[in-house]
Write a protein of this length. Sequence first.
Length: 344
Amino acid sequence: MRIHAAIRASKRSPLLQVVKSAAATIAAWMLAGWVVPGQLPVFAAIAALLVVQPSVNQSLSKALERSIGVIVGVVIAVALGLLLGSPSWIVLLAIVVAMLIAWAFRATPGTGNQVAISAMLVLALGSTPDYAIARIFETLIGVVIGIVVNALIVPPVLVAPARRDLGLLGSELASSLDRLADALPEPQTPARLHQLMLEARLLRPMKDAAEASIAAGEESLTLNPRRSTHREELVEMRALLERLTPIVTQTIGMTRAYFDHYDDSIGEEPAVTAIAEQLRRAGHDVRLAVQIADVSPEPEVLTSAIPALTAPLVIRPPSSTHWILIGSLMEDLRRIRAELVDEE
């Protein structure tokens, strides 16, 4: 494992996120120090810092994790302090007990770690009930401030990445259909066949990336005050992805069938030219669907607004040597057409 890969992210977090985290931490420190005087408000600052997440929904989840972890850890620390006094080894005992309790209740790793850390800090800094209650209250102040800051200061809406990835998927899917259409009537070298198959396989990770981006966008709108403005956009993107996903599968399947059953005489089949034309029409309609959904990564390249797929293709029976390939291409083409013209 490379050391820099373990400590450096592939891209920076938005600067706004850093500013929000800093603002929440400072506000929590100042407010908790005023409300609960006498101790440095470390718990409040840590809570605020951890709660400011990339989305408001994630902030709420982190707030629950932090709050429950602190409360349980403080209760463990106070109970052990009252029972066993304050020898130094009790800190180690508290950590072990906290970890076992978190394991018994199947707590998340974050919650389990928080229970152990809170128990350790309370015993190390002061195990009296008054101190423990003050630390719980201080943590709740930091949690609330973290949520408020993340919700009110430009709460993140991850619609743009979803639009970008879905647009790239649509563009590449249309290009894959065009490439297969160009290849069908012409003789192909083994290298070109492998390249065609490789390019088609790249559609699957692109589809997964679009799915992940849309899911992240949907998650970013949960509990987000700005959700009403963007919800409809993501609904349309999700619907478009559901239309494109089967076409991705069919396109890869058609390319695979062509790769597996290729011979130099395939282009002589009368049906092949007609299938190639239908594939170009399907590529046009994929671009049109992406353009209508306003997710095209190249909006300056306009596609004709008239759908190209019309009546289903009817062909003469192919020769006996190619009927498996022609039949496979026709069935996949039928399914692509059904998705693009909303047929079952």
